[in-house]
Write a protein that binds this ligand. Structure first.
Ligand SMILES: [Zn+2]
Length: 306
């Protein structure tokens, strides 16, 4: 499978091991991460983001990303990806042999300074150069833009800024662009409008979206993206997730709820809902709290009322 197949099929990328765990203070062992990976893979997830190459002091949960990728090796039928945010990250990615990279910057200046330690324009310039280097080194690259639909520090983000950043990443050679609602400020209309504009401006690029459910609009935004032609969505099992550098950040659209939405409309996901709900149960037991996803509880209710 490649990142640029345009077969029109729905593709959910599970990011539990990266976005999901990065906010958790309980550190998951390598063994627990491997187990979680295999549960997700066996449930039918074809793309799994397993970690990020950030400074271990900044996000301790991600410290063993290199080791995790080396241990997993190449997995048949499953694309393993990791997030690269800077030069050092690219160096580590190439060393540990990951084949697919997400390389992203923020379009909000304030968020970029907090998250990447540099202004948005500078971060974009560095990242486009890094994308070229990564592609030259044989990596598959998905370029990403954070805070596309708004920023808690800056409010609305101009569409012009999103389009010009997307354009630069496409020129650098990225075949897929991931539009991220890092702060959960998107609405079904803004998703539709931004997707339409990016599609019009860069028609050859594949667009995927990454949605946070901060204001309860995650699934509505996902459906709006689907209606606008998007077929690749990021999700997190149980609705885990968030950004350490966004005030009040909440989790991603839960994998199990996205699977339920699409399957109940007759759109195939290839993912076993029961297996994902069992994974949520295991995560809830480990974290000792209830996760925001709904379908695990629906399934439990259905089982007990049989
Ligand atoms: Zn996220």
């Amino acid at each position: 499978m490649s990142l640029d197949d345009k077969d029109g099929k729905l593709l959910l990328e599970d990011e539990t091991l990266r976005d999901g765990l990065q906010m958790e203070s309980r550190i998951f062992s390598l063994h627990e991460k491997l187990q979680l990976f295999h549960w997700l893979k066996n449930a039918g997830l074809k793309r799994i983001q397993v970690g990020s190459f950030v400074h271990p002091k900044k996000v301790p949960q991600m410290a063993d990303t290199d080791e995790l990728i080396q241990t997993l090796g190449i997995q048949e039928d499953t694309v393993i990806s990791a997030l690269i945010l800077n030069e050092k990250g690219l160096e580590r990615a190439l060393k540990c042999g990951v084949t697919h990279a997400s390389m992203s910057v923020s379009v909000s200046d304030t968020h970029s300074r907090k998250n990447a330690g540099r202004p948005a324009a500078e971060a974009l310039e560095t990242m486009t150069r890094l994308i070229r280097d990564a592609l030259d080194s044989g990596l598959n690259v998905r370029a990403g833009l954070q805070c596309v639909f708004g920023c808690v520090y800056e409010g609305k983000i101009s569409e012009g800024a999103v389009l010009s950043a997307a354009e630069k990443m496409a020129q650098a050679g990225a075949k897929e662009i991931n539009l991220s609602d890092t702060t959960g400020m998107a609405t079904p209309y803004s998703v539709r409008n931004v997707v339409k504009s990016v599609n019009k401006e860069i028609p050859h690029i594949r667009i995927s979206i990454h949605l946070h459910d901060t204001r309860g609009l995650g699934l509505a935004n996902m459906f709006s993206g689907y209606e606008a032609g998007i077929r690749t969505f990021d999700v997190c099992t149980g609705g885990l997730g968030g950004c350490p550098f966004v005030r009040g950040a909440a989790g991603n659209v839960p994998t199990e709820d996205a699977v339920n939405m699409f399957e109940s409309m007759g759109i195939k996901t290839g993912i076993d809902l029961k297996a994902i709900c069992d994974t949520v149960a295991a995560l809830e037991a480990t974290l000792d709290r209830m996760l925001p996803g709904r379908m695990k509880r629906v399934q439990e209710y259905n089982e007990t009322s049989k």
